[in-house]
Write a new protein. Structure first.
Length: 502
């Protein structure tokens, strides 16, 4: 593992290392703990290179806050990172990051900073937005990882990445708790044993409200807030509020999704915590490796449940057909980006298949030609196409019409709040046997089982290490191994799981 304390040293190293590789950034202020471990482990699993930054940012501390006594333990943090497989720790000085007395600052929209913690920490989120933007520009990662405990920070970072067109994917990672229920925080070490017991009222109140919401999703926001406040005796309460997790605007009740957030002081220690409340979304995601039967099963499940089969393969084929129809070179990323940004795609459920229209023209059959098949992988590999189609997939999901989607990262990235997440898999040998049988039936040139096994193993490795849409199993996905299972049996199991969930 490498340790750099200057932007020049880090930049020179990454310039040599980044070619053809994905890179993850985990920004921290050090004093690393178990929740940081979950961020780092996910970054290591999803990227070729991982950088952890350790910087106690003075710009986000008010004069009366704990900047000077915030825990600093670089040597210990470096050992922590090295054990987890981190490639680089970036630990700059204040002078390295802010070389001038006056610095250019990033000011997020007031609607995102005026409520929740922003009311009690004026200027804090300007400091957060400024340092995060600096780190993203210095490291230039493929993905950056942030915890959902800092929900307001996460909403602001997502917004600044969108507004400033920063070429990075923001990964939100679940809030991690101690066995007692207390959310992990570097500031927990300030608490005395007695204060830790008092602090448990925060998570206890949030869990109580969460349970009440799950029992009665029509419960109003005021009742949820009162349930939390009822458990906060002995604590100095700054706020308990129900807001939308993206806009941070107050909610009177949860329509689709809500963030119930709270901040308290236990003695002199300030703690924050939250729970996400969302209505069951009529979305099923089916991820898994190639050859596990995802497409066939997804189509069957959608037909039986009367939901939309989100045929992502057909979407990419439609864009490919359009490019060929317009005479656009499929390797011309700029022209393809222009084309897909203005294209209108429609998926139309039919009895036997999904109909596809692009710019009003029915291309259901046209996208199945050998010419489209030969070029679709080139189109699908282009980030602009991926981003445009991902946004459209999410918009379909938000309509609430009911969607069944299959892919590699549907449950982790496209629909993280899906009602049911399935990870459909099968052994390499079983997938090779199925493919061999298909080839025999189609009378294509012979390939041996051994050759197919080698090809599938190589494909699995490629899919797991793609820069765009890598194969990832969601933490809350239900794994179904389809070895020795019929399509009907797998379909029945998924439908049963969905009905139990809903």
């Amino acid at each position: 593992m490498e340790l750099f304390k200057t932007t020049l040293g880090l930049g020179s190293y990454l310039e040599d290392q980044r070619q053809g590789k994905t890179m993850g950034l985990v920004p921290t202020m050090g004093a690393l703990h178990f929740a940081h471990r979950s961020l780092i482990e996910r970054a290591v699993a999803e990227n070729d290179l991982v950088v952890v930054s350790i910087f106690v940012n003075p710009l986000q501390f008010a004069p009366n806050e704990d900047l000077n006594c915030y825990p600093r333990q670089l040597e210990e943090d470096c050992r922590f990172c090295e054990e987890l497989g981190v490639d680089v720790v970036f630990a700059p000085s204040i002078e390295e990051i802010y070389p001038q007395d006056r610095v250019t600052q990033i000011i997020p929209p007031p609607a995102l900073t005026s409520g929740l913690c922003g009311r009690f920490r004026p200027g804090h989120f300007v400091g957060v937005a400024t340092i995060v933007t600096k780190l993203l520009n210095i490291v230039q990662p493929t993905r950056a990882y942030f915890g959902e405990k800092d929900a307001q920070q996460l909403a602001i970072i997502r917004r600044l990445v969108t507004d400033l067109h920063l070429p990075v994917v923001i990964r939100a990672c679940p809030l991690i708790r101690e066995d007692s229920g207390l959310a992990y925080s570097s500031r927990n070490q300030y608490l005395t044993p007695e204060e830790k017991i008092l602090a448990l009222g925060l998570s206890r109140g949030l869990f109580l409200a969460q349970k009440a919401f799950h029992t009665n999703p029509e419960i109003n926001g005021e009742t949820l807030v009162n349930l939390v406040q009822g458990e906060l005796g002995g604590l100095e309460v700054e706020y308990v509020e129900l807001v939308h997790p993206n806009t941070l605007q107050p909610l009177s009740k949860v329509e689709k999704v809500g963030l119930l957030a709270a901040a308290v002081k236990v003695g002199t220690t300030r703690l924050i915590d939250n729970v996400i409340l969302h209505l069951p979304s009529p979305i099923i995601t089916i991820d898994g490796p190639a050859g596990a039967g995802k497409s066939t099963v997804t189509c069957r499940v959608a037909q039986i449940l009367g939901m939309l089969y989100l045929d992502t393969g057909a979407m990419y084929r439609a864009v490919t057909w359009l490019a060929m129809e317009k005479g656009v070179q499929i390797e011309d990323k700029g022209a393809i980006g222009e084309l897909v940004s203005q294209a209108k795609l429609e998926l139309i459920p039919r009895e036997d298949k999904i109909g596809v229209k692009i710019n009003g023209e029915d291309v259901t059959e046209a996208i199945r030609t050998p010419a489209v098949t030969a070029n679709v992988s080139t189109i699908a590999a282009q980030p602009a196409v991926r981003r445009k189609l991902l946004k459209q997939q999410q918009e379909w999901g938000e309509k609430g019409v009911g969607v069944v989607a299959e892919g590699r990262d549907m449950g982790t990235h496209v629909f993280p709040n899906a009602a049911l997440k399935i990870f459909l898999t099968a052994s390499v040998e079983e997938r090779a046997r199925r493919r061999w049988k298909q080839l025999q039936e189609s009378e294509e040139p012979g390939v041996t089982i051994v050759e197919l096994i080698s090809q599938i193993q190589e494909r699995d490795d490629q899919d797991s290490n793609r820069q765009e849409a890598p194969l990832i199993q969601a933490l809350d996905a239900i794994v179904i191994n389809t070895d020795n299972m019929t399509i009907d049996a797998v379909t029945t199991q998924i439908i049963q799981l969905y009905r139990e969930k809903i």
